[in-house]
Design a protein around this ligand. Sequence first.
Ligand SMILES: *Cc1c(COP(=O)(O)O)cnc(C)c1O
Length: 340
Amino acid sequence: MLKGGQLAQGKIVEQFENNFAKFIGVKYACAVANGTAALHLALLSLGISKGDEVITTSFSFIATANAILYTGAKPVFVDVDEKTFNINPELIEEKITSKTKAILPVHLYGLPANMEQIMKIARKHNLLVVEDACQAHGAEINDKKAGSIGAAGCFSFYPTKNMTTGEGGMITTNSSTLAQKIRLLRNHGMRERYRHEEIGFNLRMTDIEAAIGLEQLKKLSLMNKKRASNALFLSKQLKNIEGILTPIVPQGIKHAWHQYTIRVTPSYKLTREKLIERLSAKKIGTAIYYAVPIHLQLAYKNLGYTDTLPVTEQISKEVLSIPVRPDLTVDQLKYIIDQF
Ligand SMILES: *Cc1c(COP(=O)(O)O)cnc(C)c1O
C-alpha cells in the first residue's frame, strides 16, 4: 500500500467506505478526517447555514454542538430523558421555530436515541435529521443500524471509540447528491484536478487510517458482543445496590455499549467522588461523560444560553462510566463489582 503512492483518499479509503456502507446498510459512506468533520460536512452539505437553528442535546461531547456553530447555525438544546440520557422527544416540538432546519440526536454511550419519535416529529415539521453516531458503531434500532435512519449518520474512529483508525470519521447516507457534495467539500471543492467548484476544506482520510479501519471493522461485531456480555454481567450485579441506577435498554434496541454508565444517586452510601476515589485506589479507571453540559461550558458563556436543562444538569452530577471494554475477564468484572 505504501508503495502504491496514493496515501490519502485513495483505493484503500474507497474500500473502507464500501465495507462500512455495507455494514451500516446504506448506499454511501464518505470517509473524512474525524468525527467532528463528519458532523460539520454533513450539516453543511445538507444546506445548514447562518440563521438556521438545529435542535440537539447539551449532554454530549462538545463536538456535537460545535459542528452546528461551524456552519453559522445555532444549536438549540433540548433536555434529555433521565433513563436513556438521550434527547427527550417529548420536549422537541416546543423548541421548533420558523428557523429550525434539523434535529441532531446523539446516540449517547452507544444507546440509540428514540429515532421513531424523532423521525415522526421531523416528518411532521419538514426537518432534516442527522444522527451523531460517533459512539454507536453497530448499535441497532429494530434491526436497522444507527446511522442509517436519518438523512446522514456521522461516525468517529477516535481511539476510545468502539473501532478506531487513530483519527478518522465517516458519513453514511442513502442520498447520492449528499455523498457527492460531501466528497467535493472534503477535498477543497475539487472534482477535476485544480478546478475548484466550491470553497471546500481538506478533511480527507489517509489510506493508512483506512487500512486500520478495514481490520477494525472485521472485529467490531465480536468486540461489541463482548462489551454487551460485560454490560449484562455488571448490570446483574449492580442493579440491586441501593442508590445505583444501571443503564436501560429499551425494547427493540441493540446497545453498542461504548460506555457503561451508571447513576450514583444521593441514596448510595458514598458520594460519586468518594466512589471514584475508592475505585481509583483499586486501580479501576472511571470517567465522567460529561461533568459539564455543553451549554454550561466556558466556551459557550457568551452565546446566550440562559435556560436551565434540569435533567441534563442533574444527571451530569450523577453519571459515572465504569470499565466495559471487550478484553475484561470475569475475574476483573467481579473485582470491579466487589468495590461497590
Ligand atoms: C467522539 C465524538 C465526536 C467527535 O469525534 P472526533 O473524531 O473526536 O472528532 C462527536 N460526537 C460525539 C458524541 C463523540 O463521542
